[in-house]
Write a protein that binds this ligand. Structure first.
Ligand code: ADP
Ligand code: MN
Length: 255
């Protein structure tokens, strides 16, 4: 029970904001007319029943809560207007799945959104716990909401853990990295305590934010994997986990 309380506290921190109050002012440049049109169409198709409050406002995208016909949803909307997409080029242009994307911002964002959808699908199929993607339409990605009753699960970063709990999570994170690499042919490429949620019921990690994930054919995939490994080891070192990056790489790349 103590454990649950601690995690609840962390959950409170990442609680979905009140439904309407803050939403409009924060989201002015998210809901442009084309984006509203897509949301309207998705709602007519019965994919979204109702939009809820903002969960997160990031550098490139905003995430909202929504009700689906049969389950809770997360709606990630990449902003066309107010984002810097320079960094995206490096990830998408050299990915063999996306070589014929025209070099303008809208097309790159749309491709990026499709790429995140595909990456989540591949990860899911490989046995990695991720939000199940529902649909990608232009700059909007709809996926399974990872949380309960409008409250997203806490980020790994905000979860208080005992050493033995952290070790359990660490082992699963490494196993997920191996499944991604071996079965999904993917490297997450932005893996850290900021892109892993924790399910408080069983302490399983959930990988999120896979727009930048690349296939192993990408010329920088090994470098990205090494960076992921270093981020994960840096975070878990505070719980007494002292594996060497080389050992971890071996585990991930093992047959
Ligand atoms: P960003 O590119 O802005 O970092 P993320 O995909 O990491 O976008 O999402 C931002 C935040 O939104 C996450 O830290 C998490 O709190 C929340 N979030 C994202 N996807 C989901 C989801 N499927 N279910 C619940 N919360 C989510
Ligand atoms: Mn993120």
């Amino acid at each position: 029970e103590k454990k649950i309380k601690r995690i609840d506290r962390a959950k409170d921190k990442s609680r979905v904001r009140e439904k309407d109050s803050e939403r409009l002012k924060v989201e002015e440049n998210v809901f442009d007319v084309p984006t509203l049109k897509i949301l309207y169409t998705l709602s007519n198709k019965g994919i979204i029943k109702a939009m809820g409050g903002a969960i997160s406002t990031g550098k490139e995208a905003n995430v909202f809560y929504a009700e689906g016909p049969d389950k809770e949803l997360a709606v990630k909307i990449y902003r066309i207007a107010s984002s810097t997409f320079k960094a995206m080029d490096a990830y998408i242009m050299k990915d063999p799945r996306f070589t014929n994307i025209r070099n303008n911002k809208r097309d790159i964002i749309f491709a990026w959104t499709r790429k995140e959808f595909q990456n989540l699908k591949r990860a899911k199929n490989a046995g990695v716990r991720v939000p199940e993607p529902v649909i990608a339409e232009k700059n909007i990605l709809i996926m399974e909401f990872m949380g309960e009753k409008e409250r997203p699960y806490p980020l790994l970063k905000n979860t208080y853990l005992e050493d033995d709990e952290a070790k359990l999570i660490f082992d699963t994170v490494v196993e997920y990295m191996r499944l991604l690499y071996k079965k999904a042919n993917l490297v997450h490429a932005d893996l850290s305590e900021y892109n892993i949620l924790i399910d408080p019921k069983d302490l399983t990690p959930i990988f999120i934010d896979m727009g930048q994930s690349v296939t192993l054919e990408h010329p920088n995939s090994r470098e990205f994997l090494y960076r992921d490994v270093q981020n994960i080891l840096r975070f878990f070192s505070r719980y007494g986990i002292k594996d060497k990056p080389e050992e971890l790489l071996k585990k991930i790349q093992a047959e």
